[in-house]
Design a protein around this ligand. Sequence first.
Ligand code: SF4
Length: 500
Amino acid sequence: MNSRRSPTLSKSRFLAGLQCHLRLWYQCYAPQLASEISPAKQSIFDSAHEVEKLARQLYPRGVLIEEDYLRHEEAVTSTAALMKDSKIQAICEAAFLYDGVRVRADILERFGHGSWNLVEVKSSASVKHVYLWDIAVQYYVLTGCAVRISQAGILHVNNQYFYDESELDLDSIFTFADLTHQVVHLQDEIRSNLSDLKAILAKENAPEIKPSRHCMRPYLCEFWEYCTRKMPEFWVLNLNGINQEKLDQLTESEVQDIRDIPDSFALTRIQNRIRTSIINQQEYISKELKAEFDEASYPIHFLDFETVGPAIPRYTSTRPYQAIPFQWSNHIFYQNGTLEHNEYLCCEDKDPREEFTITLLDTLGNDGSIFIYTTYEKDIIRQLAEHLPFYREQLIETLDRFIDLCAIIRKYYYHPRFYGSFSLKFVLPALLPEMSYENLVIQEGNQASFAYLRMIDPSTPPEAKRTIRNNLLKYCGYDTLAMVKIRAELLKRISENSIV
Ligand code: SF4
């Protein structure tokens, strides 16, 4: 007989269990297998906490339960005491325990006649499906504790809010989605899900679940690296653009490696190209690749932007999550073979858009093609043109000069070591193994945004600010240098393969 005492469930464990039974089991019995929280992920958590703190200001007469999650029982006692006090209009981080499930409600607002509104704060700009389960399990626990709920829903950021005053308008920056009806309807499913999850936790051994798409939905699982450590190098999940139906068919036939996909299996043109390239361990170069590069005119610019999109607008004339460009890097390659590097990074806590634009237009001049990697930079230019009418025409004129290097590679080139991805982080080391992002402190865009916010934070010491500044300059500069090198390497391979 199994004498194991199951750990208590919490809202986050419940949601983890809904995503994957193994994730829940690992969280409870083998948390050491999880990957470390990356700085980029941490910045998302920090931003969510900021939004939560701001939302609390909508309830000025609310009281925060101070006990953290490690002192849940005390938090439950404090919550019960505050609920009895009719002067208390709202309780933030209200704690409850019912049926072996612990929850903390972001905001519990006294509604009248002994009933309450249950409010979950989310930093996102829309109501995601997973939020229904989030609020439904809270509703289950609270009603189980005999709390009468009048309304249950999500208070989320309104990305249509335009910040044009000196003070944030809290009533406009948040919007409430009433989900009471849906949440009530989910109660039977909550009960049955809880019973399934408890059964999983009562087992001695971890459930056998193979990693797949579910590991990323709704969130990338923290055990991803551990679970995928034995997957083949050319795993079918990484086959570019493969849909769920095809994946299921391959899984059913126990095909895990792209090289084992039968010839008869229907793939798209690009997937077939990838498969052939991997089987032969040979790159694919289309004849059209050269023509694409021949289109470029000198001096050739290689351009990259870094942006930050705070949930809570930081500067006037911006909306929540609007991408604010704060840095650009431009490598300029002249016909005589010389390479010049220009860059801009805003180092102060101010709206950088005008300075960014002036310096950008200066470095781009009026001549030459502009290589970018994906079309993100074009979107930012359009936004800047809308915000800065004085520079509109000049900004829009640059758009005709842009060439998307990623789109060219996607269409006309493949290397087995792209591992199904056309991101610079894969393309660069595959083509130029001596170059990689691994030695950089900042290695991705999210990390750059987070670092930027730390750099302009007045409380960051000057020495740390200088280090961040250098890291940001290195990262953005490396992105554009990578494009210079990739173009040169592809031209070399075209000539080696005698493509004319
Ligand atoms: S990585 Fe995937 S299979 Fe592994 S625990 Fe997480 S969700 Fe489950």
